[in-house]
Ligand binder design. Structure first.
Ligand SMILES: [Cu+2]
Length: 165
């Protein structure tokens, strides 16, 4: 049975809402939370890990917390934060990524939060797409499609999504 989109939303299921204006970005809705333009940078053969980036916007009054992710593309996915530490960029694993109500949490290559795909099952090539399930505290899960893009192209597409003008 085909359900209207609003019923799926009410049931808390994910709906791919389309970037109808352009094919350059994509986003997903989970209740009052919007996941915008998930992308990952390429990983050539022999490179075991890759980073993925998702922007998360909370439109309602309740903060959100990303607490985990899974994908068939890798053995596991860790939430990471990358910061300068004594002149060296260091990655550390975090338990959760908080997104305060009414705000946008962006992730970009080069620093800060990202999702680390640990032990890739295959290289990630430009132009490929793969599914990933994001798990949020209280809100549950949403499945998104991750696009493999260069750091600049992915960042520009995500930025453009927030500022369509
Ligand atoms: Cu990392």
């Amino acid at each position: 049975m085909r359900m209207p989109a609003f019923l799926l939303l009410a049931a808390g299921l994910s709906v791919s809402t389309a970037a109808s204006a352009s094919a350059l970005a994509h986003e997903y809705v989970l209740e009052d939370l919007v996941v915008v333009h998930p992308f990952a940078t390429p990983a050539p053969p022999g490179v075991p890990h890759a980073a993925a980036y998702v922007d998360i916007r909370v439109e309602g009054d309740t903060p959100a917390a990303l607490v985990g992710a899974t994908t068939p593309a890798s053995d596991s996915v860790e939430l990471h934060d990358m910061q300068m530490d004594g002149g060296v960029m260091r990655m550390r694993r975090v338990e959760r990524i908080e997104v305060p109500a009414g705000t946008l949490q962006t992730m970009r290559p080069g620093g800060g939060y990202h999702l680390m795909l640990m032990d890739l099952k295959a290289p990630l090539r430009l132009g490929e797409r793969f599914p990933m399930t994001l798990e949020f505290a209280e809100r549950g899960e949403v499945e998104v499609e991750v696009w493999v893009q260069g750091a600049d192209a992915g960042s520009e597409a995500a930025d453009g999504h927030h500022h369509p003008d």
